[in-house]
Design a binder for this molecule. Structure first.
Ligand SMILES: Cc1ncc(COP(=O)(O)O)c(C=O)c1O
Length: 410
């Protein structure tokens, strides 16, 4: 017999109201545009395996293939296989930094490391200092946890260098952690020794946990090897966690392997213990893929030579395309695969038609199929407007896509 009851949709939890991720949210609009028969040029997700034809080095793939073939697909220890943790520790030793493999946790991508980190340290109402603009996952997860993001500034007029004074202004009495992303997503900035030192000194003075997200640290166009880190400076007295993974430097985003490294562990024993408990509760990271870590860190790094060249060409192509748009400008990135062009909404060629970067990005998408992410998804200085573009597509595609923004000018 058919049920007479009125059908009622089952609702998600209240906390989901605050969960947004601009980088993927734009795809809802993109789908509508595609359904109308307009081909998309997707420049919104930083996935080098999906865009631009970049391939991970064969020796890393072989390490993973062998792990599957050797039936190494049991749960791993929650903190990760010893071989991977030892390889991470050995990589730090190469750069003169002593790390205990027991102070390395292998995670399912840095995304899981960020979740562990914030879950284990931030109570509701407590503050995390993040750059502005920032990679948005930190903010999304803080929203989920009831923590508060407070932003220090990157100064666009100084090629997105750290605005040192803004750190003091951002830190309220409840500040507990400062996150630095170097090289930075979305600006492509590599931070200077002076900026790194400032951050160390500030965290020491205010007793903050310092977190370095270094997922792009081999991708500075004119630097061979990793960019300078706080671990190259004197960080005594500062609880420090550094994070990296296979997604970007080694072109394996779908492997979902990242790691977090605890330094000055005597200053954060409870945090390490809490994160191990979180790792235990989810049983294991992806085991066979963890066999890529030693291969990635200890094998040939030749792929980086061509990759850096390719990325620099693409950054230049974005700058060339933007130069053709009367109401846009861009700081050319120095690393990674993003740029954050600025929009001048008061430019006469726009005739006052737009009051937000979201409106520009959506209208541009509807007219041309070019998919970028509004700057508001990353945080930006009040009164400024931007969009973020992923610089992985071939240079000619990027040049043309950026120049196509001029269709909005009259
Ligand atoms: C700055 C930064 N951190 C962390 C991540 C997450 O990387 P994954 O989870 O693939 O390791 C990304 C991904 O784009 C990123 O840009």
């Amino acid at each position: 017999m058919a049920h007479q009851q009125e059908s009622v949709e089952f609702a998600p939890a209240k906390r989901m109201d605050k969960i947004r991720y601009a980088i993927r949210d734009i795809l809802f609009e993109a789908k509508r545009v595609e359904d109308q028969g307009i081909a998309l040029t997707k420049l919104n997700i930083g996935d080098p395996a999906a865009v631009g034809g970049f391939k991970a080095p064969a020796h890393i793939i072989e390490a993973v293939r062998k792990a599957w073939a050797d039936h190494k697909y049991a749960y791993s220890p929650a903190a990760g296989i010893l071989e991977a943790r030892e390889a991470v520790a050995a990589d730090y030793a190469k750069h003169g930094v002593k790390v205990d493999p027991d102070h390395v946790i292998v995670t399912a991508g840095l995304s899981e490391a960020i979740r562990f980190l914030l879950t284990a340290t931030i109570n509701p109402g407590e503050q995390v200092l993040l750059p502005r603009p920032t990679y948005p996952l930190y903010v999304t997860m803080l929203n989920e946890l009831g923590g508060e993001a407070s932003h220090y500034d990157l100064d666009e007029s100084q090629d997105w260098a750290l605005d040192q004074a803004s750190i003091e202004q951002a830190a309220g009495p409840n500040a507990r952690m400062l996150v630095m992303i170097s090289p930075n997503n979305p600006t492509g900035r590599v931070f200077s020794k002076d900026d790194l030192q400032k951050v160390i000194d500030f965290c020491r003075k205010r007793r903050l946990l310092l977190v370095m997200d270094e997922v792009y640290n081999r991708l500075a166009y004119d630097i061979e090897g990793p960019v300078m880190s706080v671990t190259d400076l004197d960080f005594e007295g500062v609880p420090l966690i550094t994070m990296n993974g296979l997604s970007k430097n080694w072109l394996l985003p779908g492997s979902r392997v990242g790691w977090m490294v605890f330094h000055n562990t005597h200053l954060q024993k409870g945090v390490l213990d809490a994160i191990i408990r979180l790792a235990n509760a989810r049983l294991s990271g992806p085991t066979p893929h963890q066999y890529a870590v030693k291969a990635a860190l200890e094998g040939p790094q030749d792929h980086l030579i061509q990759l850096r060249k390719d990325l620099e060409l693409r950054a230049q192509a974005v700058a060339d395309g933007i130069a053709k748009v009367p109401f846009a400008s861009v700081v050319k990135p120095a690393a990674a695969f993003y740029a954050m062009p600025r929009l001048d909404l008061s430019h006469p060629s726009l005739g006052g038609r737009y009051s937000s970067d979201t409106q520009v990005v959506v209208e541009w998408l509807r007219r041309t199929g070019v998919v970028t992410v509004p700057g508001s998804g990353f945080g930006q200085t009040l009164g400024t407007h931007h969009f973020r573009v992923v610089t992985l597509a071939p240079p000619e595609v990027l040049r043309e896509a950026m120049a196509s923004l001029a269709v909005l000018a009259s």
